[in-house]
Structures are given as structure tokens and as C-alpha cells.
Design a protein around this ligand. Structure first.
Ligand SMILES: C[S@@+](CC[C@H](N)C(=O)[O-])C[C@H]1O[C@@H](n2cnc3c(N)ncnc32)[C@H](O)[C@@H]1O
Length: 213
């Protein structure tokens, strides 16, 4: 047990900080990588180089993860705005491109959970369509993001992971009543003046409760 890592926040480039962690020590990773160039905290020279960055990070994460434990990645397709009226905006299907990279690394696909936000809380893409109603130009408001659920590939059953804990830990980790039984999680987004993409508390609470002991 790496006690010195408990409740520690590390500030740094994940590609460097992950290398400091001993192999096979992570019990759960829950992360929301940058949305390519859609926000201004990170800029990549191309979509290809962005995907290479994700591959490098999730390969390192794989090395650091214990056998059979989980990785949950929060992603969604993103739009990179058009540079002028003569150009169109470009939508990148991040979850679908990332899926192939993750399985090639050795992450086994387990589930897709859809995080649904109220329509009033998301960017309105309907303004133009509302007036002209041209069918090919239909643009739905994107109320959903994915939680892509993977497990570090193993031939062991989940019970093998559970049996590594003492009875008391297993009992106290049981998921409480009124848990979410479907893969549609309706959770309001959290808005924050300092950061444009903070996780809602409820999202983290569920992931930790359902995917770790
Ligand atoms: C989509 S946001 C997710 C924030 C997350 N939901 C939260 O509540 O903290 C992506 C985050 O990744 C960070 N980031 C981008 N590149 C990074 C890197 N190379 N190493 C570590 N963090 C990075 C950004 O600064 C940003 O805070």
C-alpha cells in the first residue's frame, strides 16, 4: 500500500508525474482529458498529435494500474470553431478515436455511460437552424458526454479483485441503496469561475463508489 500517495494532489505534466508512480499501483483512474483545442488551457498542433498525447498518457496509466482495475474516461466529441464564414467548423469524434487506442494498449472495454445535462445548460447550436430549417444543416444541442469504462485486461473475474480485501473493507464498500441502475446519468454540470471544466461532485462520487473499494 502506497500510503504516501493517499489524498495527495500532484501539480505537473501527467507524462512526467506518472513516471514517478510505481507500476501496478493504481486502483482506479477517473479522468477528463483536454477537449482537444476547444478550450484554451491546452493547444495541440493537430488532432493527430492530440491523439498521440492521449495514447502516451493512457499507456503510462495502464502500466501504473493493478491487474483487473478500472479506467473511466470522460470525453465527448468537440467542435473546433470555423476560422471564417468561408470555412465550416470541424467536429472531432474523440471517444470513438480514443476507443481503438485504448483497446490496442490493453484496456478491455466494459461499458459506456452517458452523462446527460439539462439542455438549458449546454451551448445552443440551434440559432441559425431555427430560422432557415435546412435539413442538412441540422445541429442538435449536445446534452451528453461519455464515461468510457475500461478494465486492465485480465482473465481473472471481478471476485479475484474483491478477495484481495479484508471482510470489513468489502462490507463497507458495498454500493448503497438508490444507486443508479441505468447507463444514463442525469447530473447537472458544475460551473466554476476559475476552471471551465470542473467535475460535478455527484459524478465523481458515483464513479468512486461503483468502481473502487
Ligand atoms: C477537461 S479538463 C478536466 C478537468 C477535470 N474535470 C477537473 O475537474 O479537474 C482537462 C484538464 O487537463 C489539464 N491538462 C492538460 N494537459 C495536461 C498535462 N499534460 N498534464 C496534466 N494536466 C493536463 C488541463 O489543465 C485541464 O485542467
Amino acid at each position: 500500500m502506497l500510503c504516501y500517495l493517499k489524498n495527495v494532489v500532484v501539480l505537473g505534466d501527467v507524462r512526467n508525474t506518472l513516471k514517478e508512480i510505481p507500476d501496478e499501483s493504481f486502483h482506479l483512474t477517473f479522468t477528463s482529458p483536454p477537449y482537444y483545442n476547444a478550450r484554451d488551457y491546452s493547444i495541440y498542433p493537430s488532432y493527430k498529435s492530440y491523439l498521440s498525447f492521449l495514447k502516451e498518457v493512457f499507456k503510462l496509466t495502464h502500466d501504473k494500474t493493478k491487474e483487473g482495475r478500472f479506467l473511466i474516461v470522460n470525453t465527448s466529441p468537440v467542435i473546433v470553431a470555423r476560422i471564417s464564414r468561408q470555412h465550416s467548423s470541424k467536429r472531432h469524434p474523440i471517444p470513438f478515436d480514443l476507443h481503438h487506442a485504448l483497446t490496442a494498449i490493453g484496456w478491455e472495454f466494459i461499458d459506456d455511460i452517458v452523462w446527460v445535462k439539462p439542455e438549458a445548460s449546454v451551448k445552443n447550436r440551434n440559432a441559425g437552424f431555427l430560422q432557415h430549417r435546412k435539413p442538412l444543416a441540422y445541429k442538435p444541442n449536445a446534452r451528453t458526454e461519455y464515461l468510457m469504462v475500461y478494465r486492465k485486461q485480465t482473465d481473472k473475474l471481478i471476485d479475484w479483485n474483491i478477495k484481495q480485501y479484508d471482510w470489513q473493507t468489502v462490507q463497507s464498500s458495498k454500493v448503497a441503496d438508490n444507486y443508479e441502475s441505468s447507463n444514463v446519468w442525469e447530473i447537472d454540470p458544475t460551473f466554476n469561475k476559475v476552471h471551465s471544466a470542473v467535475f460535478p461532485f455527484e459524478l465523481c462520487k458515483r464513479v468512486i463508489e461503483y468502481y473502487s473499494l
